[in-house]
Ligand binder design. Structure first.
Ligand code: ADP
Ligand code: HMS
Length: 556
């Protein structure tokens, strides 16, 4: 009997995906996807206030549905390990047993008791306070290894915000957990105090660093917000890389998932970092995990980076991607989301006017909406690709959900210029795609200017697989070839690689990458004829950005 199967579970923004993988070859035996039901209706969100919360029941229902489905493909005893990756920073308040407050009576419908999704920017003011305090309080600047600017997307800003806003949640919250740690604890069923926390989540988002003994000091935290007193003690000191064993499946979850209690559960991690592993990341590659947002992940030998700090990124953390290498993260807060925003904008008549149509009966309206929704993104890509970039005047800024990097400023907004009577939807879509690519070039330039060369670029994720137009534009704007990973479920495959190491099927992550890597599907080569036109427009993008930023209060 071959005990060689592992399961990778990837919690994205809109859905959870599980893949069953043969750890000998990396063959994906089965995959399953479960969109979050409550999230789909945006039940606990308020986009106008940048509030995006997810109910843990969405996550638990998805866990059971997807894993049961893939696990049924082979005998349970042959599945020896699993690992979870999630979005981040997506923290939530928990009780003393590590249970999410949203699963407790009285808190079921309270968004503050739920997971505060990475793209929730309600904590802008708190992030600004952290930044001020970090450089003025007279002690260590705890933002040093997180790019020197703390973001409202991250752990402490979100905890501060919810603690201030909601007295009942503040009183009931014994502690807080990152989503990836919480799921790992659910699966293993251990005690909160001994739960092995993700190095990746702690180092990139919670200002955890070995050099100052873990999390920021109690003194610093209490100066920030007196209500944080004592929380540090109830969090964690040690962190673990994602190839380590967190435990084995609890009796309850073995039964719920159709697996055995011998199944090893690896320490949790973030989706982008797991994706980078599946994208076969190696020293000085940049793996772009392109979905709702984009995360740009780079790894480099610790000793070569030495004391160098790359300012304005989402941190540099020993072992956050490949244990033994330094993991560096940057990214853009809206990529697929920016294009989805535009699609929704132009679909407005379908939502607002069609229901009152006297021409089309209700059931046909639904069919029409569905048909157009299915075709819209593909059609926009095609029409925008046909617009000559040299003749295109419209210029956009990609900051509809703020700017993550370089130099976090989540208060920034998107913008369009050069609209004329001749501007149509494909022109604007093209400008949005270009802005994504220019934003990406700024990030690559930041790494290189700080002495971290980018030797190759790899793309993966929904956008990399679905938009050839965007990927070609990116190759032209960066003036570099881009390889796109074969796997449709790269973060889940990366999680499976971590699970295979934790379960002892491979000795380390690079060996797992070599054995289980699914290779590359396409390569986009830069088109020399277009490079020059984009170069000129990139300079305009930078000037436009500078102008808009000067009008916006600087917050994180
Ligand atoms: N044809 C397309 N062109 C560009 N973007 C697309 C296209 N189809 C879907 N998308 C975008 O892909 C994103 C989802 O990517 P995916 O990697 O599946 O999700 P996640 O971010 O949850 O991991 C959505 O934001 C959507 O707008
Ligand atoms: O920021 C991180 C990881 O650090 C991501 O989890 C976040 O951008 C969400 O990723 P997706 O866009 O859902 O793939």
């Amino acid at each position: 009997m071959s005990k060689t199967y592992v399961i990778g579970i990837d919690y994205g923004t809109d859905s959870v995906r599980a893949v069953l993988v043969d750890a000998r070859s990396g063959a994906e035996v089965a995959q399953a996807v479960h969109p979050y039901a409550r999230w789909k209706d945006q039940r606990y969100c308020n986009a106008a206030h940048n509030q995006f919360r997810q109910h843990p029941l969405d996550h638990l229902e998805g866990l059971e549905a997807t894993v049961r489905q893939v696990a049924a493909q082979v005998p349970a005893e042959q599945i020896v390990g699993l690992a979870v990756d999630t979005t981040g920073s997506t923290p939530g308040p928990v009780d003393a047993r590590g249970q999410s407050l949203a699963l407790l009576p009285g808190f079921e419908e309270n968004p503050n008791a739920m997971f505060v999704l990475w793209k929730d920017h309600t904590a802008l003011a708190e992030a600004a306070e952290i930044n001020r305090k970090a450089t003025t309080w007279g002690g260590e600047d705890y933002t040093r290894f997180e790019g020197g600017i703390y973001s409202s997307e991250w752990f402490w800003a979100k905890i501060m915000h919810v603690t201030r806003e909601d007295e009942a949640v503040a009183r009931a919250a014994h502690s807080w957990m990152e989503h990836c740690d919480w799921l790992t604890l659910q699966l293993t069923g251990g005690a909160l105090a001994t739960c092995k926390r993700s190095r990746c989540a702690a180092g990139h988002k919670a200002m955890w660093h070995e050099s100052w003994g873990g999390l920021p000091s109690e003194e610093f935290l209490v100066q920030l917000e007196p209500k944080l007193a004592g929380l540090r003690e109830r969090l964690y000191t040690d962190t673990y890389t994602a190839d380590q064993v967190a435990g084995t499946l609890s009796e309850e979850w073995a039964q719920r998932l159709g697996l055995t209690t011998d199944t090893v559960v690896a320490v949790g991690t973030f989706d982008a970092h797991a994706g980078a592993v599946a994208g076969e990341i190696e020293a000085y590659s940049m793996v772009k995990v392109m979905g709702t947002s984009t995360c740009d992940i780079v790894v480099a030998p610790v000793q070569e980076v030495g004391e160098k700090l790359v300012p304005g990124i989402c941190g540099q953390v020993d072992g956050s991607v490949v244990p033994g290498l330094l993991g560096l993260e940057a990214g853009q807060s809206a990529v697929g989301d920016l294009l989805a925003w535009f699609r929704q904008l132009i679909e407005w008549p379908l939502r607002a006017l069609l229901p009152d149509s006297s021409v089309l009966p209700a059931e046909q309206q639904d069919q029409l909406r569905e048909e157009l929704a299915g075709r819209m993104m593909v059609a926009l890509n095609q029409a925008a690709a046909a617009v000559d970039p040299a003749a295109s005047q419209v210029l956009a800024l990609d900051w509809v959900n703020g700017r993550r990097t370089p130099d976090a400023n989540q208060a920034l907004k998107g913008a369009l210029m050069n609209l004329s009577m001749g501007t149509d939807a494909p022109h604007i879509f093209r400008a949005l795609v270009e802005s994504i690519c220019y934003g990406s070039r700024r990030i690559v330039e930041r790494f290189e200017a700080q002495g971290v060369p980018i030797k190759q670029v790899i793309g993966l994720g929904g956008v990399a697989k679905k938009s050839a137009f965007l990927m070609q534009t990116l190759a032209d704007v960066l003036n570099r070839p881009i390889r796109v990973a074969e796997s449709d479920q790269a973060p889940a495959l990366g999680a499976a690689m971590y699970a295979a190491v934790a379960a002892g099927l491979h000795p380390d992550v690079p060996t797992a990458q070599r054995a289980m890597g699914n290779g590359f599907a396409d390569t986009y080569a830069p088109d020399p004829a277009r490079v020059a036109a984009y170069e000129a427009r990139y300079q305009q993008y930078l000037a436009f950005g500078e102008f808009v930023e000067a009008q916006t209060p600087n917050m994180a």
